[in-house]
Design a protein around this ligand. Structure first.
Ligand code: BES
Ligand code: ZN
Ligand code: ZN
Length: 518
């Protein structure tokens, strides 16, 4: 059982409010500043100039990811009287040079400001929202990025930890302070509300992947997925062992056969309120623990394999988000869950697996298990006749070698979507890079006993040959993109606004893609 206390991650949820500046009564205020500007944003004129001058005395000129803390006049503070009326402290957060501005910098700068607030023991802050004229792009996008930076950076997975008395508490309350009340519009409130839902969906995905492996077997994941169908226009169907056998899902069944926890397939469906323009299938690898099976992994670092369901976690997170928004497309989420274990019934190297579309694969390493689950789902998803099919998987260690831990690999047949994912991802601070899918390497998968081997040559193009294997299961004419998140699904160190642990990548990019239709 997942511990119920997961729902109340103490201090991890940030309460967000919007208010006119004249009504704000807080003590600590955050303002942004571009490197090279004479004043911080939203504090123009002489007042702004004097803050900038004091900050510059501390060598702060708005450099990206740097902050400066200005205190009101206590004793002999050199900044006596420099902080706006009401506030006792002002935190300036650098956005870097104007010409290098990207929206993602707002998330990072907000996270830095919150960290500074945390260090001075503040649990509630105000944040000055600039005026339209001061920023490039839509102001609502800027405010949404602030909200995301705040919620995503204050996430903690601490349900199994006893709080230490001297530990700094993350900021629990963030008020967006508007000098120009015209900006405090219905549209602004809507954008902020959406940013909250998006961020909470990411935190939900992180919770699933951070959860230890034993409390989240396939059936438990199905139970959580079923809970998502209570909201919005979402339905769910869970296919258990008997049904998977009837359907011929040999990949899911054989991978799950080494565990006493039976595998299952979750099929979530979102139907739009208005007319559905398109159909999208999103598939996520859901290995709740990857021991490698009979081809067992080395024990060092194996604990990270609790995260091998991060693809399926993103699919569930996507549906959590879909429970609170309107998107113009029908979305099918397929999340196959299995535990890859070396039990008595486990698949063995040399076995032949027959997948949903009838194609057979010779098993070389039982540690290359994810592609069998995806193969069944890609073939099954193709029967839904989608306009786009995306699969998300922590699929290959080779991908981490090629692209590191911050870039996901994209491979597939839909170049337009690949290009969109790269550019949308950049705005979201989620990074993608395309790898080729050349027919020339198909020969690596030749088998003498089955239609193909399921892995290529050792040490050679492992991410690409995995992609070529998957392609065999994509229906004729179905536009398809495979996302290998083996690197970015999990981080050992804190990123700008992503604490160490499961990251929730690439949920925000997929959400942004679906928002506008595909
Ligand atoms: N889950 C792993 C891939 C992985 C590795 C994800 C590191 C995240 C970090 C996958 O099931 C696997 O073990 N793949 C093998 C395939 C090989 C046997 C062809 C790999 O990459 O080593
Ligand atoms: Zn594996
Ligand atoms: Zn795996």
């Amino acid at each position: 059982m997942i511990d119920e206390r997961a729902e109340v991650r103490k201090g991890a949820k940030v309460k967000i409010d919007l208010i006119a500046k004249k009504n704000w009564t807080g003590r600590v205020l955050v303002g942004f500043m571009f490197d090279g500007d004479k004043t911080p944003l939203a504090i123009p004129g002489d007042e702004g100039k004097s803050f900038a001058a004091v900050a510059a005395g501390e060598k702060f000129t708005g450099q990206f990811k740097k902050t400066s803390l200005l205190r009101a006049g206590f004793g002999d503070s050199p900044h006596a009287g420099t902080v706006p009326a009401g506030a006792t402290k002002l935190i300036l957060a650098g956005l870097g040079k104007r010409k290098e501005f990207e929206l993602d910098r707002v998330r990072s700068a907000t996270a830095k400001a919150l960290k500074q607030a945390e260090e001075i023991g503040t649990e509630s802050i105000g944040l000055l929202v600039p005026d339209n004229k001061e920023v490039r792009g839509e102001l609502a996008d800027f405010a949404a990025a602030v909200v995301e930076g705040a919620i995503l950076s204050s996430y903690r997975f601490d349900k199994y930890r006893t709080p230490k008395p001297d530990e700094a508490k993350p900021v629990g309350e963030l008020t967006l302070v508007f000098a120009n009340t015209k900006n405090l519009s219905v549209a602004m409130r809507k954008a902020v509300g959406e940013a909250v839902s998006r961020s909470e969906a990411v935190c939900f995905t992180r919770d699933l992947a951070n959860e230890p492996p034993s409390p989240k077997p396939p059936e438990k994941m199905a139970e959580i997925a079923t809970g998502l169908a209570k909201k919005g226009r979402i339905t769910v169907q869970v296919m258990h062992k008997a049904e998977l056998e009837k359907l011929g899902m040999g990949g899911i069944l054989r991978v799950g056969a080494g565990s006493h926890q039976p595998p299952c397939l979750v099929h979530l469906t979102y139907t739009p309120a208005g007319k559905s323009k398109q159909t999208v299938v999103v598939i996520g690898k859901g290995i709740t623990f990857d021991s490698g099976g009979i081809s067992i992994k080395p024990s060092a670092g194996m604990e990270a394999m609790k995260d091998d369901m991060a693809g399926a976690g993103s699919v569930l997170g996507l549906f959590k988000w879909l429970g609170s928004v309107d998107v113009p497309v029908t979305v099918h989420g397929l999340a196959p869950f299995a535990e890859n274990m070396p039990g008595g019934g486990a698949q063995k190297p040399g076995d032949v697996i027959r997948h949903f579309n009838g194609k057979t694969a010779e098993v070389i390493s039982t540690d290359a298990e994810g592609r069998h689950l995806l193969a069944d789902c890609l073939a099954y998803g193709s029967t839904l006749k989608p306009d786009l099919m995306i699969d998300i998987a922590t699929l290959t260690g080779a991908c981490v070698v090629a692209l590191g831990d911050e870039y996901s690999a994209l491979l597939g047949t839909d170049q337009r979507t690949i290009d969109r994912l790269i550019s949308v991802g950049r705005q979201q601070g989620e990074f993608f890079w395309q790898l080729p899918l050349p027919d020339r390497y198909k020969s690596h998968l030749k088998s003498k006993v089955a239609d193909m081997k399921h892995v290529g040559k050792p040490g050679i193009a492992g991410t690409i040959t995995a992609g070529l294997f998957l392609k065999e299961f994509v229906g004729e004419g179905v536009p398809w993109v495979h996302i290998d998140i083996a690197g970015p699904s999990f981080t050992k160190e804190d990123w700008d606004y992503t604490p160490a642990g499961a990251t929730g990548v690439p949920l925000r990019t997929i959400a942004a893609l679906l928002r506008k239709g595909v």
